[in-house]
Design a protein around this ligand. Structure first.
Ligand code: SF4
Length: 378
């Protein structure tokens, strides 16, 4: 909740801050330990998914991890709801379903400002972020659904490429692609596909750390590997199940290091999100940027994206159900309303607060990384 918002804050006023969140991580029950591989309790395959060659590869990976597999009788996922919302959430976040993406997935949606198009290799995420971007945008229980017909989805992207320009495809809109990679191999499949495609570019982002499996892939500079970072109190209290920030920064370093130094030689990026004016936010974010600068102490192709916290009435309702003890600021009275062209609304920080934050982040970023462009602020 925002407190004591001044009427007309200036750059020199403290901008309103969130109340101190509870000390214990107030997210979902039975969180996996931070930084550990996600091992779901249930793995479901639809018959169609098991027919796919790529589905068979996922099946082998799942078995290698010692996980029991249930092959469903039909291609529909049913019976995933528990006795109440909490149980439904808990069960869903412990379930991996391997399915074929429906035909509608071949009609790609634009995804500005992150990329030209989104190409989803999965829907649903094993992490437990209290502000989760998926809340309210996915139907049904938040099961992790992975697409076994990925090679078909990848081939489909070719028709979206345009001569004379590089078309970008974002694979992280509806999942954390690295958080499930040990069970799917889907991200590696995408990186290999885009490697030789001169007119296309792949983008992904993660809050996980297990990048070793990506380092030797033939990306040919056509994948930008981004890591999502936040101030330490936000990550610790609100990003259940993800890797610690320090581990993510080391993962980014590994991805960016040249091949001859044992790294992946990827173009890399930082997604600083969601930015929140928590108590002493300047100190916390300064510490984060200092840590990052210390880890990226060599020339590399780096970009940054800044995303401030926002919510819609729908996402707030879902998140309050998923995380009843959350530490988020959902106080509409301290926010500005932003409408989209379809009349939907979201709550963002007020213009003066936004300006204060923006000036701080641009200045601090450019001071440390003068050659790393800011792609956008939102
Ligand atoms: Fe949601 Fe992203 Fe967190 Fe996954 S990593 S729970 S998709 S915000």
């Amino acid at each position: 909740m925002l407190v004591s918002a001044p009427e007309t804050p200036s750059l020199f006023d403290p901008i309103p801050v969130l109340n101190s969140p509870p000390v214990v991580p107030a997210s979902a029950p039975n969180l996996p330990p931070a930084g550990k591989l996600w091992l779901p309790k249930r793995v479901l395959f639809t018959p169609d998914a098991l027919q796919e060659e790529f589905g068979q590869q996922i099946y082998a990976r799942v078995q290698d991890h010692g996980l029991p597999v249930e092959v469903l009788k039909a291609n529909r996922l049913t019976g995933l709801r528990g006795a109440d919302a909490r149980e439904t959430y808990r069960n869903a976040k412990n379930t991996l379903a391997v399915v074929n993406a429906p035909a509608g997935a071949l009609r790609l949606q634009p995804t500005p400002p992150s990329a030209d198009w989104q190409m989803n290799l999965a829907e649903g995420c094993p992490a437990h972020c209290q502000y989760c971007y998926l809340a309210g945008s996915l139907q049904g229980p938040p099961v992790v659904k992975v697409f076994a017909n990925l090679p078909r989805l990848l081939q489909n992207t070719a028709q979206y490429e345009q001569p004379g320009r590089v078309t970008s495809f974002e694979v992280s809109c509806y999942t954390d692609v690295l958080g499930i990679e040990h069970l799917t191999g889907s991200l590696a499949e995408c990186i290999r596909y885009f490697g030789p495609r001169q007119g296309a570019h792949l983008r992904f982002v993660t809050k996980y750390q297990h990048v070793e499996q990506l380092l030797n892939l033939p990306h040919q500079g056509r994948t930008r590997a981004r890591v999502s970072l936040n101030a330490e109190p936000v990550a610790r209290r609100m990003e259940g199940g993800t890797a610690p920030v320090a581990a993510r920064i080391q993962a980014l370093r590994q991805l960016a290091l040249p091949r001859e130094q044992g790294g992946g030689g990827y173009p890399v990026g930082v997604v600083l999100a969601p930015i929140m004016p928590i108590p002493e936010w300047r100190a916390h974010y300064t510490q984060l940027l200092d840590q990052l600068a210390a880890a990226l102490d060599f020339p590399c192709d780096l970009t940054v994206e800044f995303i401030t916290h926002r919510f819609t009435p729908g996402s707030r309702d879902v998140l309050q159900e998923w995380y009843p003890n959350h530490a988020l600021d959902f106080d509409e009275s301290t926010r500005a309303v932003k409408r989209n062209k379809f009349g939907g609304l979201k709550y963002v920080y007020r213009p003066d607060d936004m300006r204060t934050l923006k000036e701080f982040f641009y200045a601090e970023w450019q001071r440390r990384f003068p050659h790393a462009p800011v792609l956008y602020w939102t």
